[in-house]
Structure formats: C-alpha cells, structure tokens
Design a protein around this ligand. Structure first.
Ligand code: C5J
Length: 223
C-alpha cells in the first residue's frame, strides 16, 4: 500500500502514520496575532484550513495518531531567548499584549488552536518553544510510545515551523510526507521552494502529495 507522491510512491507501513498539525493557532492565522504583528497577510493561511479539517476527519475515522502543536512560551518568557524576542521589525513583540492577549504566550486566547481544527479530548497537544517540534519537547518519546515510523505533515508556516520539524523528524529516522495543500506560508514562493527542496535529489527530506492522494492512500491501506 502506498500514497501517490513526489518524487515517487510513499510506501505505507502496517501501523498507520501519525498526522502532525503544526501551529494552526490564532497567533498565526487570525488578525491581531503574532503573524499579523510581523506585517504578514494572515488571510493567506486560510486556504489550508478546510484541507487540514478533511485530513483530521479522515485520521480520526481511521484511528490514526494525531499530534497538534502550538508555538508558545511560558508567561515569564524564560524559554524565549532574547535573540528571538528582539528580532523583527514589529509593532508588538512576543509577550506583549495584543487584541487576543499576550503574543505567543501559552494559555492566552490568541495562542489557542483555531476552532475548526481544535484537538479532540485525548489527542496530543504539544507546546513547543521553538520552530522545530522536537526541540525542548517530549515529541520523540511520544512517537516512540505510539510505535509510529511515518509522519504526515500539515500546518503553518511551510518554510518555518513545518519544514524545521520535518527536517528534525527526517534526521530521527521518520519517513515524512508533507501534504502540499495542507500547508501554507505568508510567502507563496517560499512554500513552493520548500516543496521543491524536500523532494529534490530523490527526496532528500521526504515526500509531498496533495490531500486527495493522501486520503485515497490512507483509505486503501487502513479503511
Ligand atoms: C513562525 C511558525 N513562522 N509556526 N512560526 O514564526 O511557522
């Protein structure tokens, strides 16, 4: 069983892959959040919401493991390096109060995952202080406990937290596929470049495929 993917078929294992949903939080997707404060057009990220919702519904129905992540810092910002906080030409910085509460701070209204993709009870919701989801989190232990070998990636933004996490996962031996229409960037050219970088050289980081092909492959294998 496999998913029709680039640069070639993505072979599916006996145990279903985990669906990883990176940082679909109000901070990045809605006006008034961190992404907006950095001067980005946050409306661009909306396109992937219904796609991820479809994958989420499929994953729940097929009993696949799911990992939802949020980029978040402790309220005292002890896990936010000054080099990160002070970077960028922004109106508001990490930890400053915005219309949805303090930017990128755990527990604030703006830090919540958007309602359309909210984790269901029992699904893993991982708080990560970095761009990569393996840095300073128990993600590796969680995946090992789940017995997962393959990861399907979605979320935002393609070239920052999604790509960083996929590269971290690749180095840890996971077979990784990025869902092409299940990820977005504020910069379409960066999204395209990321898809090209991942699949270049025979899949130097992994595979990519559209949601349609991913769902069809999952249904064939686990439905
Ligand atoms: C960024 C992310 N772009 N989730 N975070 O700062 O990609």
């Amino acid at each position: 069983m496999h998913i029709d993917a680039r640069p070639y078929a993505y072979a599916l294992p006996e145990r279903p892959p985990a669906l990883v949903i990176i940082d679909m939080q109000r901070d990045f997707v809605e006006p008034g959040g961190f992404g907006d404060a950095l001067g980005n057009d946050v409306g661009r990220l909306q396109a992937c919401v219904p796609v991820i919702a479809r994958l989420l519904a499929t994953a729940r129905r097929l009993g696949m493991p799911m990992i939802h992540t949020r980029e978040a810092h402790r309220p005292d910002l002890s896990d936010c390096p000054p080099s990160k906080r002070l970077r960028g030409d922004c109106r508001l910085r990490i930890g400053d109060a915005g219309p949805m509460g303090r930017l990128l701070v755990d527990g604030e209204p703006g830090n919540a995952i958007i309602e359309a993709l909210a984790p269901a009870p029992g699904e893993v919701e991982l708080v990560k202080p970095g761009k990569g989801a393996f840095y300073a989190t128990p993600l590796q232990e969680i995946l090992q406990q789940l017995g997962v070998s393959h990861l399907l990636f979605t979320g935002v933004t393609t070239e920052v937290c999604v790509q960083t996490t996929m590269r971290e996962a690749n180095d840890r031996g996971y077979s990784c596929l990025l869902v092409e229409d299940g990820t977005e960037s504020y910069f379409p050219e960066f999204k395209q470049a990321t898809l090209d970088m991942i699949t270049a050289q025979g899949g130097i980081v992994g595979w990519t495929a559209a949601c349609e092909a991913v769902c069809a492959g999952l249904e064939r294998a686990y439905g």
